[in-house]
Design a protein around this ligand. Structure first.
Ligand code: MG
Length: 231
């Protein structure tokens, strides 16, 4: 089974302040806008960094075309800013039971751990490292907000990369893949790709809002049982 973990709201709670600041700083730098007030009200949960950046810029009068022209500069700038801003220790932001659950699934030969997150790849890896939970996630694996602005594109990208490592070069099969996330957008991206999905009600959404998942759990302590129930 390939496990595609979301980060914010799933593995880490309230761990995104420095990340949000890095995205805003990158926008200021690349497009020379004044974003603090314009960032207000742009929805972030379950969305990719690129999609969030695009919305903030639109409010500042920067078009989608202008965004696309300097997209790669933005991704590099956001990663550089985050490198400077990331707290040394984010272990106090771990979601309940995240550390022991990851240790458990990482030790289980049945599971391969990977990521599907709206975070830019470099940001995701720095963030997980600061929280002490980077070790289950191989470099080069996962689907990230730097790969696409549409979260629905990310599970197939993560499966393709997993196939290079664990399936002889063929994309890892969707029916043996589980997205684990905290928002309806995590559920939607799993559905779009035909994977299974476990929703965790530790983010901004309650269990009722996540009823479209195959299984909804209160926290990650219940993940092992949820995965068992899917197979
Ligand atoms: Mg999330």
């Amino acid at each position: 089974m390939l496990l595609l973990f979301d980060i914010d709201g799933t593995l880490l709670l309230k761990g995104a302040e420095a990340h949000a600041a890095a995205v805003v700083a990158a926008l200021c730098e690349v497009w020379e806008v004044e974003p603090p007030q314009t960032a207000h009200g742009v929805e972030a949960a379950g969305r990719t960094d690129q999609a969030i950046a695009r919305d903030i810029l639109e409010l500042a009068g920067i078009s989608a075309e202008q965004f696309d022209q300097r997209r790669d500069d933005f991704i590099l700038a956001a990663a550089s800013h985050y490198e400077l801003l990331v707290p040394d220790d984010l272990s106090d932001r771990l979601a309940p039971h995240a550390a022991e659950t990851l240790a458990q699934v990482d030790a289980h030969e049945r599971y391969h751990c990977s990521l599907v997150t709206g975070n830019i790849q470099r940001v995701a890896r720095l963030k997980l490292d600061a929280a002490g939970i980077l070790y289950p996630f191989a470099e080069g694996q996962g689907g990230f907000g730097s790969d696409s602005d549409d979260r629905n594109d990310l599970p197939p990208i993560a499966r393709m990369r997993a196939g290079q490592l664990w399936n002889g070069g063929d994309a890892w099969p969707a029916e043996r893949t589980v997205v684990i996330g905290d928002t309806p957008r995590d559920i939607a991206c799993a559905r779009a790709d035909g994977t299974l999905v476990v929703a965790v009600a530790t983010g901004p959404f309650a269990a009722d809002d996540l009823a479209g998942a195959d299984v909804v759990i209160d926290d990650l302590r219940q993940l092992d049982a949820a995965l068992e129930s899917l197979t």
